[in-house]
Design a protein around this ligand. Sequence first.
Ligand SMILES: [Zn+2]
Ligand SMILES: [Zn+2]
Length: 96
Amino acid sequence: MNHDSDSAYADYLRRPWWRGLRQWKIDNVGGKCERCGSTLNLQVHHLTYDTLGEEMPWDLEVLCKRCHGKEHATEILATMKRYGVFDHITPDQGAA
Ligand SMILES: [Zn+2]
Ligand SMILES: [Zn+2]
């Protein structure tokens, strides 16, 4: 998916509402990566961007930085194959 404005998305990630939801989600899964169980460098991944701004907890997944990077590497590869370009660079902002 193409974030039509990267700065709007960055603004969104700074909103207190998102920070609250993000922390709730991390607490809800026991403060660890949902894939490997790591408790380090946790980030919250969007399973879909369709609900951006009104995410439900099931639209999100808690991943450590390593698993999150892998997730987006897969996504980026798929996008590259489809369009031959990058349209999603993983921001290192605690969420993407
Ligand atoms: Zn992990
Ligand atoms: Zn992500």
